[in-house]
Design a protein around this ligand. Structure first.
Ligand code: M6R
Length: 634
C-alpha cells in the first residue's frame, strides 16, 4: 500500500470461506504469559464468546491446558487455583459453528500424548478423512472438533517422521483443505511456538526479545507498534530471543515485513463510557472528521479519494456499479446507491453478499463492484468479491480494518479510518462508510460532468460541517435516554423513512433488534399501506425519519395514516420543524443539511435510542447474544 488513504492492488486469495469466528492470542518472551493472554482474550472477546481456553508451558516443562464454557471471565474463574505460570502460552476465545459450545470443544486442544497443544481459527474441511486415518493409527478423540484432528495429525507426522515441530506443521498443512490461523505449542520445546495462516487473519507483534501473536492487533498494541501481518499459507517460527523466521507451506523462505501499527491503546478502552457502543457513538464527530481528513479540503471545497483517482477510468467507463455487503454495511451501500445514482448517473444495484454469491449473477468486466465491510473479513462479502473478480470486474473495497482480507483482495479502495470498532453493533463504521460512499459519488459525478460544479461545491462545503452537526445531535442523548424508558414495554417497533432515509429506517431497526432483542422492521414509509399498517395499534411505536427534504409532505401524510390508527410516533425532524413535531408523541431534531447527508445525522438518534432501550432492558450491549463482530462463517 503506497498511499495512506487507499487500498492498493491486492492479490487473489483462493480458498473456501467457511470459517469459525474465533480470537487467538499467543506470547513468548520474558514475562509471565497468562496475564498477557487473558488481557488479549478480553480484547478479542468481541470476535466470539461462547468458550475460552489457555495453554501454558511452565518452568518444569509441563504443558497445562485450561478451558471453560462461557466468557473469558469464566475461564479466569476456572483457573483460580491452577498453575498458570509460564513465559510461553496460547489462548483462544470461540464462537462455535461445529460442535456444541462446551468445555471439551473449547480450544486449546491437546494431542494424543498431551505434548502438543493447538489453537485454531478456521475450518478443516477434510477433517473426517484425516480423522479416519488417525483412528486407524490408534489415535482417539475427545472433542467433536476439526481442530483436534489437526493437532493429532501434526503429532502423528512429528513422531512417525521424527521431525521437528515446524516441519510437522508444514507437512500436516500440506494435507489440509480449509482455512486456518493456528498456533502450536510443544512441551518438549518451551522456547518456541509455530503459527500458520491460510484465510484467517494472524498478526505478530515484535517486542524486545518477545513476540505477541493475535487474530488482530488489538491485544498487541499495548506492548509494541511493530507488527508483521502473516501472509496466506505462511508458517511462522517464533523462538525465544531469536529472529522471526517465516516460510510458506510450499517451503519458500520469506523475509518478515515489519509494519508500524496505526492504532492506539485508548482506542481500545472505554474511556469512561459504560459501553464501547456508547463511546463509539460519541466518537462520531471525530471519526467522521478523520475519515474525511486529507480527502475533503474545506478551503478549496474539493474532494480527493486517491483510490478513485488512480482508477478513474474504471469508474467513468462503468456501465453499472454493484455494491455488495452484509448487515449494517449493506444499509450503507443502499445510501451509496442513492448518492451514486443521483450524482454520477450510473445504475447501481445493492446486493446482499450472501445472495449474490450463490445465485448466478450477471457480472461483466466493465462492472465496478464496491465491497463494503467494517471488519474486512466477512466471509460472504469476501466470497462475493472473489466471484466478481473471477468475472473480471473491478473491485473497490470500503473497509475499516487495515490489511484485512477484503481490502487485500480488492483492486483498490478507501479505508474508513474510524479506528477499532469494538461494540458488536456497528455505529461509527456505518457513518464513515456513508461518508466515503458519498465522497466517491461526488467525485465520480464531478468527473463525469453529471454533477454541476455549483452543486458539488455546495455539498462538499456541507460535508465539512457534518462532524459539528453530529456533535449538536449528540446533545440530545439525555432526551433519548428518557424516551427509551417509555418504550421498553414494546415487543415490536416499526421504523419508517423514504429515499435516503429508508436505509436509515432499516439501520435503526437493526440496531434495536440486535442489542435489545426487540423485534423491529424498517420500511419505506409509503409501503405501510400495502400491508404493515395492519400492525398499527396504540401499542406500536413507529419511528419516523421525517426531515425537511423532497418527500417531506408525503411522509407527513404517512404519519397521519399511522396517527389515525393510534400508533405512537417518535419522529426525527429537522430543527425548527413544527408540523411533524406536533403530530408526534416524541420528537428529536437534527440540524438542517443537504438531503444526501441527512443519513449521517439521522443515524445518531436511532443508535442512541437502541442503546438506551437495551441498557434499560439490562442487555449485554457490547456483546449481544448469538452475535460476533466479525462474521467469518457463511
Ligand atoms: O464487518 P462487516 O461490515 O462486513 O459486517 C457486516 C455485518 O455483520 C455487520 O454490519 C452487522 O450487521 C452488525 N452487527 C450490525 O450492527
Amino acid at each position: 500500500m503506497n498511499k495512506k488513504d487507499d487500498i492498493c492492488i491486492y492479490f487473489f486469495i483462493n480458498f473456501e470461506f467457511k470459517k469459525i469466528m474465533c480470537g487467538i492470542v499467543g506470547y513468548i518472551g520474558k514475562r509471565e504469559a497468562y496475564p498477557i493472554l487473558i488481557k488479549g482474550l478480553h480484547r478479542l472477546e468481541y470476535r466470539g464468546y461462547d468458550s475460552a481456553g489457555v495453554a501454558l508451558i511452565n518452568g518444569k516443562q509441563q504443558l497445562n491446558v485450561y478451558k471453560a464454557k462461557g466468557k473469558v471471565a469464566d475461564l479466569e474463574h476456572a483457573v483460580e487455583s491452577k498453575d498458570i505460570s509460564g513465559t510461553i502460552g496460547i489462548a483462544h476465545t470461540r464462537w462455535a459453528t461445529h460442535g456444541e459450545p462446551n468445555q471439551v470443544n473449547a480450544h486449546p486442544h491437546y494431542s494424543e500424548s498431551e505434548e502438543l497443544a493447538i489453537i485454531h481459527n478456521g475450518i478443516i474441511e477434510n477433517y473426517a478423512v484425516l480423522k479416519q486415518g488417525l483412528i486407524e493409527n490408534g489415535y482417539s478423540f475427545k472433542s467433536e472438533t476439526d481442530t483436534e484432528v489437526l493437532v493429532q495429525l501434526i503429532e502423528h507426522i512429528k513422531k512417525t517422521d521424527k521431525t521437528d515441530l515446524q516441519t510437522a506443521v508444514q507437512l500436516a498443512l500440506n494435507q489440509v483443505v480449509g482455512a486456518y490461523a493456528i498456533v502450536v505449542l510443544d512441551q518438549n520445546n518451551p522456547d518456541k511456538m509455530v503459527a500458520a495462516r491460510k484465510g484467517s487473519p494472524l498478526v505478530i507483534g515484535i517486542g524486545e526479545n518477545e513476540y505477541f501473536l493475535a487474530s488482530d492487533a488489538t491485544p498487541i498494541v499495548e506492548f509494541t507498534d511493530k507488527v508483521v501481518y502473516v501472509g496466506d499459507e505462511e508458517i511462522v517460527h517464533l523462538r525465544r530471543n531469536k529472529e522471526l523466521s517465516i516460510k510458506t507451506i510450499g517451503n519458500v523462505v520469506k523475509t518478515p515485513e515489519i509494519k508500524k501499527l496505526e492504532m492506539t491503546l485508548s482506542q481500545l478502552e472505554k474511556g469512561g463510557y459504560p459501553h464501547f457502543m456508547l463511546k463509539e457513538i460519541f466518537e462520531q464527530p471525530t471519526t467522521l472528521a478523520t475519515s474525511m481528513r486529507g480527502r475533503v479540503n474545506i478551503e478549496h471545497n474539493n474532494i480527493t479519494l486517491a483510490g478513485f483517482i488512480d482508477n478513474k477510468e474504471r469508474f467513468l467507463n462503468a456501465k453499472r456499479i454493484i455494491i455488495t455487503a452484509c448487515g449494517t454495511s449493506w444499509h450503507a451501500g443502499l445510501i451509496g446507491m442513492h448518492a451514486i445514482e443521483e450524482f454520477a448517473r450510473i445504475p447501481v444495484v445493492v446486493e446482499y453478499s450472501s445472495e449474490f454469491r450463490y445465485r448466478s449473477p450477471v457480472i461483466n468486466s466493465d462492472d465496478v463492484v464496491i465491497a463494503i465491510s467494517q471488519s474486512g473479513e466477512t466471509a460472504d462479502t469476501l466470497a462475493a468479491v472473489e466471484l466478481a473478480k473471477s468475472h473480471g470486474a473491478f473491485i473497490y473495497g470500503v473497509c475499516n480494518v487495515v490489511g484485512a482480507s477484503i481490502p487485500r483482495a480488492a483492486h483498490s479502495g478507501s479505508y474508513t479510518h474510524v479506528g477499532p470498532e469494538i461494540g458488536v453493533a456497528s455505529t461509527k463504521a456505518f457513518t464513515a462508510q456513508v461518508a466515503v460512499l458519498t465522497m466517491l459519488a461526488l467525485m465520480i459525478g464531478r468527473e463525469k460532468g453529471t454533477l454541476s460544479q455549483e452543486r458539488y461545491l455546495q455539498i462538499v462545503a456541507e460535508l465539512g460541517k457534518i462532524p459539528e452537526k453530529i456533535k449538536e445531535t449528540l446533545k440530545q442523548d439525555d432526551l433519548l435516554a428518557e424516551f427509551a424508558k417509555t418504550f421498553t414495554y414494546a415487543q415490536n417497533f416499526i421504523y419508517l423513512g423514504r429515499g435516503y432515509n429508508y436505509p436509515i429506517a432499516m439501520e435503526g431497526a437493526l440496531k434495536l433488534k440486535e442489542i435489545s432483542y426487540i423485534h423491529a422492521e424498517g420500511y419505506p414509509a409509503a409501503e405501510m399501506k400495502h400491508g404493515p399498517i395492519a400492525l398499527i395499534n396504540e401499542e406500536m411505536p413507529v419511528v419516523v425519519i421525517a426531515p425537511h427534504c423532497g418527500t417531506y409532505d408525503k411522509v407527513v401524510s404517512n404519519i397521519q395514516e399511522i396517527k389515525a390508527r393510534k400508533g405512537r410516533i417518535i419522529s426525527i425532524v429537522t430543527e425548527g420543524d413544527t408540523i411533524v413535531r406536533d403530530m408526534s408523541d416524541y420528537s428529536i431534531s437534527i440540524p438542517a443539511t443537504e438531503e444526501c447527508l441527512v443519513p449521517l445525522l439521522a443515524a445518531i438518534p436511532l443508535q442512541l435510542l437502541a442503546y438506551h432501550i437495551a441498557v434499560v432492558k439490562g442487555r449485554n450491549v457490547d456483546q449481544p447474544r448469538n452475535l460476533a463482530k466479525s462474521v467469518t462463517v457463511e
